[in-house]
Design a protein around this ligand. Structure first.
Ligand code: RNT
Ligand code: ZN
Length: 444
């Protein structure tokens, strides 16, 4: 028996001893499809114009690591590489600004399903499904900080039209992929300083959303989600679409609520919100991120916040009602590596949660044995999930199935090498002036 199989068997025995079925946990992990965000690949730029970049919207990308995808074709190539580094089959979360618009500029209130037909057929070829987002930022009509909550009727109707069309694109994608496409609405709307008409702007947003949702699409084609935020850059004092606003909206209108783990006060535990909102919502969308002091969108790593969030997802028993999206963008490191590390960290947290003896923990808690509960949770922190975490689908001889888990240790090293190799490929294949400067440390 190889070193790795032995490690796997030992880990399996340890888990069995506390009543955990490792095979079952792995099957459940395999069934969880993350919705991977396209925007880590090009620093939230999109492809509406050559050299489009993120502007405004209260969010910021920092860094100029070489190798940013400059076209849909480059982004698809990078996505394919990223998917090859992650076990399982995962969705792709697209933004409206990533359409294929051709040579002529297509404004946001003019987007059509045809602009996303290329993505639909690429996704089919890859065997993956798509989710979608309207893009209500990086646009002159969002420059004064308001979109759907604007009191200017022209601005407001422009964005209503955009979001309506983005929903229609989502329904089209849903039909193409034979499965619902989740459309998420996030708006930057807010103010730098204390406003006097908080309620007025929220009333405008409520009306705009109702107008946006007038057209009903079958849930088999698309589902609507709304994403709240506490504050952004330039909206420190007030965000129109706050948590309470959207919680009320989602519950009364039967929409999905999106909880982004970076959109709350740093001491709030987003994990705790899952069980608080689930009794009132049929489904939930998550944007897993890593806030550092603010909504900094750092790459997700296996930390307490993500572990606890995944424990709550698993413990809720509502895995199929909870859609797990990723949302981070770091332009200071290799972008393919960023995706792979963040997605794998989320999967590890899910696996760790699936490998917990929930029944035993519950018995300890209900029996009042609180030190027993703490002791068991502490021991579980150091049981190596590494021995059972699946390797990515690498060379054909190592498909991502049950065999892969018992593959030889060398294959894990191979993964790390694969990530590094992709870093090198990317760094040299898009050599332009910026790249040369970065590599040779020449500053202008
Ligand atoms: C911004 C939101 C939103 C965006 C994406 C690009 O704070 O988190 O989800 O990150 O739409
Ligand atoms: Zn988000």
């Amino acid at each position: 028996m190889s070193e790795m199989s032995r490690e796997y068997e030992i880990a399996k025995e340890h888990y069995e001893a506390v009543g955990v079925d490792v095979e079952e946990a792995l099957r459940e992990l395999e069934a969880i499809s993350l919705s991977i965000h396209c925007w880590q690949g090009d620093d939230v730029g999109g492809f509406e114009r050559p050299d489009s970049s993120l502007s405004g919207g209260g969010i910021q990308v920092t860094g100029n690591y070489p190798g940013k995808a400059r076209s849909v074709a480059e982004l698809r190539g990078d996505l394919e590489k990223m998917y090859s580094l992650i076990p399982g089959t995962h969705r792709l979360n697209l933004h409206a600004s990533y359409g294929e618009f051709g040579a002529r500029f297509v404004d946001r209130d003019r987007i059509e399903p045809e602009h996303f037909a290329g993505w639909a057929s690429w996704a089919k070829g890859q065997g993956i499904k798509l989710d979608f987002n309207c893009t209500c930022f990086s646009h002159p009509k969002a420059n004064d900080g308001f979109t759907l909550s604007s009191k200017d009727p022209a601005i407001r109707s422009f964005w209503i039209e955009h979001v309506k069309r983005a929903r229609a694109v989502s329904a089209y994608l849903g039909r193409e992929q034979n499965g619902s496409c989740i459309h998420n609405i996030w708006l930057p709307d807010g103010t730098k300083d204390y406003p006097v008409d908080r309620l007025g702007m929220r009333r405008v947003l409520e009306r705009s959303l109702d107008e946006v949702f007038e057209t009903e699409h079958p849930s088999g084609e698309m589902k609507d989600a709304v994403e709240s935020k506490l504050f952004g850059i330039g909206s420190e004092a007030y965000v129109v679409g706050s948590h309470e606003f959207y919680l009320g909206y989602a519950i009364t209108r039967g929409k999905l609520l999106c909880l982004d783990t970076g959109h709350f006060h740093p001491t709030e535990l987003v994990a705790d919100k899952v069980s608080a909102v689930l009794p009132f919502l049929p489904e939930l969308l998550l944007h897993v991120s890593r806030p550092m002091r603010w909504d900094s969108d750092h790459i997700v790593v296996l930390n307490d916040d993500v572990r606890m969030l995944c424990e709550e997802i698993v413990r809720s028993g509502r895995l199929s009602d909870i859609h797990i999206g990723l949302d981070f963008f770091d332009a200071t490191v290799n972008r393919i590596g960023a995706w792979a590390v963040g997605a794998r960290a989320t999967q590890k947290a899910l696996l760790a949660a699936l490998l917990q003896p929930q029944q035993r923990l519950l018995e300890l808690e209900e029996g009042g044995d609180l030190i027993g509960r703490l002791a068991l949770l502490e021991e579980l922190m150091v049981v190596a999930i590494d021995s059972v975490f699946p390797n990515p689908p690498g060379p054909p001889a190592l498909p991502c199935n049950l065999q892969v888990r018992v593959a030889h240790r060398d294959d894990r090293c191979a993964l790390i090498l694969k990530v590094l190799e992709s870093v090198q490929i990317r760094d040299t294949s898009r050599s332009d002036e910026t790249h040369a400067k970065c590599v040779h440390g020449i500053s202008s």
